[in-house]
Design a protein around this ligand. Structure first.
Ligand code: ATP
Ligand code: MG
Length: 250
């Protein structure tokens, strides 16, 4: 797990992002560089407004930076490609095939049931037949404790249920890169822990590269690396070593 052999799978290089114009212009990211590795669960912390969601959006190909590069090697390719130099269509294809995103506001489709939210990405993202998509969606909902809620639409779900469906939707694709923006904010600690375990399994079990934004200090023992963002500047912080062997370099 968390092996750094073979080099990073995703690199942010001197990323800059400004918002606003003229006197009201302010920097959301100031020359942020970050290396993420296959099999690594990375945590990003920092105060509100420090640039965490902005960094996730840039690294995942959703938001164009004002400066710097996002370099990636999907499927273990030997050379890096620069995500923000790709034509829009190729970047969209990279996102669809290789990335999963759990949004801070869930972003569920209002007209679809819990099961359909997941089925749709399996059908369109992974080209599964309807029956297989449904079976896998139900398996994922079961792991998240939501199988008996599968017919519900978002308006009838609690915040925590919506959040778990959004997590299931991102994980079901088995993406190589997974970005999660406060994925446990609406969950009690028991459900939060099971989500962290799912994320860790995806990293350590099948080598996904995962970056999670969270304010929850209880997540620290489960992660391999911890970054802190403050006013658009990033630094790496120590991860406490714990007896479970889940943190640090096991
Ligand atoms: N679309 C936008 N237009 C203008 N300013 C923006 C925009 N998006 C973000 N910002 C500003 O950029 C800064 C960083 O925002 P960002 O959403 O990345 O913070 P964050 O660390 O995710 O905060 P939170 O913990 O509250 O989610 C903030 O000052 C925010 O107001
Ligand atoms: Mg945010």
């Amino acid at each position: 797990m968390g092996s750094t052999i073979g080099g990073p799978s995703l690199k942010g290089v001197r990323l800059r992002k400004m918002f606003g114009d003229g006197a009201s212009q302010r920097a959301a990211l100031r020359e942020v560089s970050i290396d993420l590795f296959p099999g690594q669960l990375a945590l990003l912390m920092g105060p509100s407004g420090s640039g965490k969601s902005t960094l996730l959006a840039i690294l995942s190909g959703l938001l164009r930076p004002d400066g710097g590069q996002v370099l990636t090697r999907p499927e273990g390719a030997t050379s890096y490609l620069d995500v923000w130099s790709l034509p829009d269509r190729a970047r969209e294809d990279f996102r669809r095939r290789h990335t999963g995103f759990i949004f801070q506001g869930y972003n569920l489709f209002p007209a679809l049931t819990a099961s359909q939210q997941i089925e749709i990405v399996l059908k369109w993202g992974n080209n599964l037949a309807s029956r297989d998509a449904k079976r896998q969606a139900h398996e994922m909902l079961d792991r998240l404790g939501l199988l008996n809620q599968r017919h519900k639409k978002p308006a009838a779900m609690s915040g925590g249920e919506k959040q778990r469906v959004a997590i299931g939707r991102a994980l079901a694709k088995n993406p190589m890169f997974l970005f999660a923006d406060e994925p446990t904010s609406a969950l009690d600690w028991e459900n939060g822990q099971s989500v962290i375990r799912l994320l860790r399994d995806a990293a350590h079990g099948r080598g996904a590269t995962i970056l999670v934004v969270s304010h929850d200090q209880r997540m620290l023992p489960y992660v391999d690396v911890n970054y802190h963002l403050d006013d658009g500047r990033l630094e790496e912080q120590e991860v406490p070593l714990v007896a479970t062997g889940s943190a640090g370099g096991v």
